[in-house]
Design a protein around this ligand. Structure first.
Ligand code: IMP
Ligand code: MG
Length: 183
């Protein structure tokens, strides 16, 4: 079947203004969680973007979090090749092992079956971090394989396969500035 770029679901301007709001919410929550010990100078915040999909999102989001933080990307794959159905989350590497006492922010492009964030969340929780926030740009409205408590959602969308702004089909289309439906 031929796949092409379908209608624009979320424009670059919609994405940009929502991410600005999300950055403010995440920052406020981090300051709350840490009883004010997290300041622009204080260390202890670790951003964990899930590559490759969250590449563009985290780059934009982190510029709206004016706190001292480090970034530790992990690679998890669930849609190998031309699959448009999740094949289950497989970790490709980079899971940090030193999160005890840290304020952790997991950033993903889209919540679909919930398996990716569910898996990563468990691997983080056992390390006893000071706090964990899960942030996703998109959330598909559907019944999930795993119920994950996500703290910040950019946009709720229908259960359609989307591309652009970091999201791919078979490795392509990540560079589209808008989020589009795969036609
Ligand atoms: P989950 O484990 O099923 O929640 O899948 C999450 C991952 O699958 C996301 O991080 C995306 O990389 C990928 N994914 C899920 N839905 C889509 C989509 O519509 N387009 C592109 N990638 C998707
Ligand atoms: Mg992903």
């Amino acid at each position: 079947m031929e796949h092409t770029i379908g209608r624009v679901l979320l424009s670059r301007d919609q994405i940009a203004s929502r991410i600005r709001q999300m950055g403010e919410q995440v920052t406020a929550r981090l300051q709350q969680e840490s009883d004010g010990t997290v300041t622009p100078e204080e260390q202890g915040i670790v951003l964990i973007p899930i590559l490759t999909g969250a590449l563009l999102f985290v780059a934009d989001l982190m510029r709206h979090i004016p706190l001292k933080l480090s970034i530790n990307p992990v690679t998890i794959t669930s849609y190998p090749g031309t699959a448009t159905e999740s094949q289950g989350a497989a970790i490709k590497g980079g899971i940090p092992t030193d999160l005890t006492g840290q304020h952790v922010l997991v950033v993903d492009d889209i919540l679909d079956t919930g398996r990716t964030l569910g898996l990563l969340r468990r691997l983080i929780q056992v390390q006893r971090p000071a706090s964990v926030q899960l942030v996703v740009l998109l959330s598909k409205s559907k019944v999930r394989d795993e119920d994950v408590p996500v703290d910040h959602i950019g946009f709720e969308i229908e259960d359609e396969f989307v591309i652009g702004y970091g999201l791919d089909f078979d490795g392509y289309y990540r560079n589209l500035p808008d989020i589009c439906v795969l036609a």
